[in-house]
Design a protein around this ligand. Sequence first.
Ligand SMILES: [Zn+2]
Length: 742
Amino acid sequence: MMRKILFLSAWFFLTALMAQENTGTPLSHGHYNTDKFKQLTEELPSPNMFRTASGAPGPAYYQQRADYEMKAYLDDRNQILKGEATVTYYNRSPDQLDYLWMQLDQNIRRPNSLSERTKGDGPGVGYQPQKFVETFMGKPFEGGFHIEYVRYPGGTPIPYTINETMMRLDLKDPLPPGASVSFQLKWWYRINDYTITRGRSGYEHFDEDGNNLYIIAQWFPRMAVYNDAEGWQHKQFLGRGEFTLEFGNYDVYITVPSDHILEATGTLVNRKEVLTKTQYKRYKKALHSFEKPVKIVTLEEAVEAEKHFSGKTKTWHFKAENVRDFAFSTSRKFLYDAQAVRIGDRVVLAMSLYPKEGAPLWEKYGTAAVAHTLKSYSKHLFDYPYHKAVAVNARQQGMEYPMICWNYGRVRPDGSYTESTRKGMQGVIIHEVGHNWFPMVVNSDERQWGWMDEGLNTFVQLLTQESLEDNFDSRGYPKDLVPYLSGDQSQLEPIMTQHDMVRNSGKNAYHKTSAGLYMLREFIMGHELFDFAFKTYANRWKFKHPTPADFFRTMEDASGMDLDWFWRGWWFTTGVNDIGVKDVKFYVVTDIPTQRVKNMAKAYGMKVEQFPKMLYLVSPGSEDFRKEMLDKTNPAEDFPILKDYLEKHFTAEERSRLKNPKYFYEVVFEKPGDLVMPILVDIVYEDGSKESYHFPAEIWRLNDEEVTRVFATEKKISKIVIDPREITADVNKDNNVWEEKK
Ligand SMILES: [Zn+2]
């Protein structure tokens, strides 16, 4: 009995020893990887009744609502916008509010604004005369809101305090939970020439015909967001970090010169009044035109209109429900076309407005790009919820609002354009129309987190461009991010950085986020798990306000994957991925007990024959001996212990289908990079065939520096390639390939 127990323990000891040999490098090399796989409990806010640990809105989730009834008047001669609003604010929070905060974004263009005073980046590349005068000659652009009144509907003034781009309204009576308050505002501001001052709105002037093209946004005092995550989100507008906005209903009258064509967020209520009979008929036709756009305003009509300047006015009336913002664009230069797109069981209108300077490009690709975006994004996320999507052609622009966006893309004077102009224009339309999902509907806090709208959107944009055309030269792939990641490390910051603090937003918030999502979909989660989880996130948070934790948690909750290591590495650090092949060792198989086994037997006071019979991988010592062994060895035939086992457990037919490996390789993978990452590896055989392997990131959990795998193959390996498709943002390719010495 004792003898048998001793024997068994030797057996287990031996088995354990063999197992450890097979997993390669002992743990004395490298170190346990507790940090990189540690859960994000310290980085993420604690789940609560508002936001659950699964990443979904909780039972106490709430959001405020702000409805706006507004009138806007455009003074086209002086580029001034005047506005009046009645705002109704609904307090659905559990908190009593003594005051309200509104955003005065136009105040970024006040002389000596906070944004101006906090610029620390030296001279510009060059200065247009107006900009030079504004900057250095004491005549700054006099932008910013002029507030004429803030009052209750009866006329009682509401005291207010303006702090740069934010305004606090001190309510007469505190606003209790569940109550609403209405108040009125009147204001005006000078519209900026955005081609000089930059910005996400303004006008573009055309010297040849004296006309302006207006893209009007951030044009009214907007309610700041109040929520469970931030309280009042009233972080100042510095120009980079975009907007944080409540949903609400809009009823807006916009008065412009009578010869303007105008589009805006929402449903055009008085279409019959503002369009000519002919234009109205064409619009009706567009509702049934699924193949190509119908021109509502033609080139001839637009060219004729830009020769005149009407002294009369016309009022356009729009209504929009459950949107987070309202923008419009107006000019007498506009051509205008529209096409019907079927989304689910609804018909959505894709539309474009563009001056003749963009016409040859936009007639062909503008509305078509809008239509393609609506279909593609609806497939990847959820059906487009609004009745229309409008793309406006505005020089140098790329900016998004609910249902309407501004996009660059002009032709040369002779009407020609390059392929890169064409792709750039399609790309910006896809991107800006795509923003209807993130952040217009999945309404994240842009002021805080640029990546939550820009990065997620850049990723779906990439998928949308892939389905539009092969080799579109999309931004957002891991490979193209390598120069940024491996460049000047002092210029990098984690994705989880407030957007105004990000130096290279294009690379960080847009590209790195997109590349991260691409990696998750391509090889960390796979398409099926990723697509389900990503859709779950979008659907859980549509028409709501998600935070980063809600995204991270939902992606794990819906996929059944612990991704904390990936969020930690890719989102919270600036670490890079670098995996390589460090060493390849050859083995042959034998049934002769190795010296190690003999030593063990001796230590247990046993004879080696008393040990169970096993097969051993042994290093052949010399290349000649290896060849000799390989010539002889056919494991399934040559080793009685294996042969007996096979015959006992498998039929001849089954045996013929088993692999019969002859070559045994121990491959040591090294990881000089900080990040843990799956190992993607192609094994190429001497006959040119290959096999692809994928080892999940958890392979690094016990050793952060190197791991070892044994490959048993029937054919000789000629080459081992790490990350063969270049999809892991591996910053150093020098160690990615091992080749058999010839
Ligand atoms: Zn964007």
